[in-house]
Design a protein around this ligand. Structure first.
Ligand SMILES: *[C@@H]1O[C@H](CO)[C@@H](O)[C@H](O)[C@H]1NC(C)=O
Length: 214
């Protein structure tokens, strides 16, 4: 085994050794021509790249690591997609900066932005539409549909209510509404039509009350 390895290393090494006499004079001159052509191509390529990125005599190599660390003028720079590298990153894996006073999110009002509030209010409006569908399902004893309606979209509802409820009164109104929703769910589980109708009416009332407060 050792011998074979040694032999193969020797063979590999000797493969690189070419005696000058082995090459014909014509192939030598052909090599010269090719080298000149290759050099000309390189020079042409250098003209295309910005000179700042190219190596110059006496300069140390320009290295950019993942486009984040190192020399900003290196050719491989730019992986950070023009992000401000002087600012903190949102995470080590993110190209985005941390949220700060200069973020467009904050500049546009952040969580209190009109757009954001409007979206949450739209969720409340849609919730009312969906609550309105429940009596028809209860009438036909489509209990599965009731549960579906209460879980599928109203996951959003809870978040929207909690976001919009700022004062103690508003928070209490939101909690009352959630309890009414839970009574619809319980009555649905018990397949109690009368209870589900009543709980749905209550939920609508509580939601209207809450909507009027925000
Ligand atoms: C069913 O709904 C009614 C009306 O809201 C409520 O009084 C009752 O407690 C509910 N039933 C259950 C098991 O929650």
């Amino acid at each position: 085994m050792k011998f074979t390895l040694l032999l193969s290393i020797f063979t590999a090494a000797s493969a690189f050794h070419v005696s000058p006499s082995a090459q014909a004079p014509s192939s030598l001159s052909a090599e010269k021509v090719d080298r000149r052509a290759a050099f000309g191509m390189l020079a042409g390529a250098a003209a295309v790249f910005p000179s700042a990125a190219m190596a110059a005599v006496g300069e140390s190599p320009k290295v950019s690591v993942f486009g984040i660390l190192g020399d900003g003028t290196a050719l491989s720079e730019g992986a950070a997609y023009g992000s401000d590298q002087s600012a903190d990153n949102y995470s080590p894996y993110s190209v985005y900066s941390n949220v700060g006073p200069d973020s467009s999110y904050i500049k546009n009002g952040g969580k209190d932005a009109g757009e954001y509030v409007a979206r949450k209010k739209a969720v409340i409006a849609e919730t009312k539409v969906r609550l309105g569908r429940i009596p028809a399902y209860v009438e036909k004893k489509k209990w599965f549909e009731v549960k579906n309606e209460l879980t599928r979209y109203m996951y959003e509802t809870r978040g929207a209510c909690n976001y919009l409820a700022k004062s103690v009164d508003q928070k209490e109104a939101a909690a009352d509404f959630f309890k009414a929703i839970e009574r619809i769910t319980l009555n649905t589980t018990l397949k109690n039509q009368e209870g589900a109708f009543a709980a749905q009416k209550e939920a609508i009332e509580k939601l209207d009350k809450f909507s009027a407060m925000i």
